[in-house]
Design a protein around this ligand. Structure first.
Ligand code: UD1
Ligand code: CA
Length: 477
């Protein structure tokens, strides 16, 4: 093995368990917190801390977990399959025997896949703990008032870590220990490989415990133990813990945005997914949800109740209350809402406006153009400074296929018009209110297609008199 390999780092993330207590058909590690599956959190923390690659151990719901990992991490994460869940030690054996690690001589961080609050710094602390020439294993430890369920840290007369005892294997004295194993370790690969080879399943659960590696390291040369607050390292075992961790994540994201310079009006009701970016100087009013991968640039303002998913909001744009938008771009200084629905592939240019009760889909709205009231605009290509009057409909669907409506620059569409696609309205043309456009309109033309108005003098009074005369006696008023 080459020398530099000894300084390489990989992470093994254990994600093969079923998570029975979740009472869910979804594998536990795919439950979502702040837009990411649980398993993404330890992986992201490991990469951020500086590991070069990760191996996830998969088993239950293997195909689903593998495709979620592939989608998010591509080749940065490989998988090792654990067909039968014979314990955390067995899971690490599966990882170490996998093609990705078969002759790896560097260092390994081991993390559990169900710890969604894990900070990058905790992984870095572990990596720093494994110094050249020192012990072969570093681990975090925590102290809890209610340690039940966790493995307990056992120390010798001189206070050195000597073993971890699982809850079900504890004597009464051991069960009284409040120092617990959060389940994060850094280990040199050669030591780890030989230690896991000698694990035995002579314990209450008949499993191969990864934690028994700690006792081996303790007698071989000691263990580096690093205290850490359990609040960061909590695992998820049921939906209550999932909700608790989700709320904690939400609060941390909101606090971090506010500290970074985002004007967060209400820390209690801001829901921003972990993969969103909000620039300092943006303003976010209460009850806003930013989901998926939103980007909000400086000076943008997101008003009350907006729900944005995978949306980019450019500098100075305003998203007014109760806007719902998905996979769209809101251009610089554009205005959207209130009560607007932007569906996927909406692309609003600079200073464009889409107003109340309008819906857009797969449409480009050029600079300065307006769709202000009650319109449906789908499969559209709209130029600059176009005005679309209230109640306009792009009739984009013929029951089989979708067709494009093109409005060139400076077009004016009168209220309550329909544009039956495919159709083009040339630059500067007018479409009169109430027109159904079925043929292209040349530039600078006026299109009008509606029946001529007739006024029948006195007809309303005559109509009322006739209605009164025919009114039955039981009508009361
Ligand atoms: C484990 C630790 C315990 C620690 C606790 C912290 C062991 C033996 N015990 O216990 O000391 O206090 O975590 O939360 O390690 N997994 C596999 N394959 C398996 C078994 C588990 O991939 O065969 C995965 C699970 O999906 C999970 C993780 O390993 O992500 C931890 O397994 P779990 O069964 O929850 O371990 P605990 O009993 O909680
Ligand atoms: Ca657990």
């Amino acid at each position: 093995m080459s020398q530099d390999k000894k300084t390489d780092w990989v992470a093994i993330v254990l994600a093969a368990g079923q998570g029975t207590r979740m009472k869910s058909p979804l594998p536990k590690v795919l439950h979502v917190i702040a837009g990411r599956p649980l398993v993404a959190y330890p992986l992201e923390a490991a990469f951020d801390a500086g590991v070069q690659r990760c191996v996830a151990v998969v088993g239950h719901g293997r195909e689903q977990v593998e495709s979620a990992l592939e989608e998010r991490f591509a080749s940065r994460v490989s998988t090792a399959v654990q067909t039968e869940q014979r314990g955390t030690g067995h899971a690490v054996q599966c990882a170490m025997e996998s093609a990705a690690l078969a002759d790896f001589e560097g260092n390994v961080v081991i993390l559990y896949g169900d710890c969604p609050l894990i900070p990058t710094e905790s992984v870095r602390a572990l990596m720093d703990g494994l110094r050249a020439g020192g012990p072969d294993l570093a681990m975090l430890t925590s102290t809890l008032d209610q340690p039940h369920g966790y493995g307990r840290i056992l120390r010798d007369g001189e206070g050195r870590v000597c073993a971890i005892r699982e809850q079900r294997d504890c004597s009464a004295d051991e069960a009284a220990v409040k120092e617990v194993n959060p389940g994060l370790y850094a280990v040199r690969a050669p030591f780890l490989r030989s230690a896991i080879a000698s694990l035995r399943d002579d314990n209450a659960q008949g499993e191969l415990y990864l934690t028994d590696v700690v006792a081996q390291a303790a007698s071989a040369g000691g263990v580096v133990d690093i205290p850490w607050d359990m609040a960061d390292l909590r695992g998820v075992n049921d939906r209550y813990e999932l909700a608790v961790c989700a709320e904690e994540r939400r609060q941390r994201i909101a606090a971090q945005l506010a500290r970074s310079g985002v004007a967060v009006r209400d820390l209690r009701t801001l829901y921003v997914d972990a993969d969103c970016e909000v620039a300092p100087g943006a303003v976010i009013e209460p009850q806003v949800h930013l989901r998926g991968r939103c980007v909000v640039e400086a000076g943008a303002r997101i008003d009350v109740g907006a729900v944005l998913t995978d949306v980019t909001v450019r500098a100075g744009a305003e998203v007014l209350p109760y806007t719902v938008a998905t996979e769209s771009v809101i251009g610089e200084e554009a205005t959207v809402g209130p009560f607007t629905h932007l569906r996927p592939q909406t692309d609003l240019g600079r200073k464009a406006k889409v107003g109340n009760f309008s819906e857009t889909k797969k449409t480009i709205v050029g600079e300065g153009s307006k769709v202000n009231h009650l319109s449906y605009v789908g499969d559209g290509v709209i130029g600059k400074n176009v005005n679309i009057g209230a109640g306009t409909i792009f009739c984009n669907y013929d029951g089989v296929r979708k067709h494009t409506t093109t409005l060139e620059d400076n077009v004016f569409i009168g209220s309550d018009s329909q544009l039956v696609a495919p159709v083009t309205v040339g630059a500067g043309a007018y479409v009169a209110s109430g027109t159904t456009v079925t043929r292209d309109v040349p530039p600078d033309a006026l299109a009008v297609a509606r029946t001529k108005q007739q006024n029948k003098e006195g007809y309303a009074a005559h109509f009322r008199a006739r209605a009164k005369a025919s009114r039955g006696p039981t009508d009361g008023t």
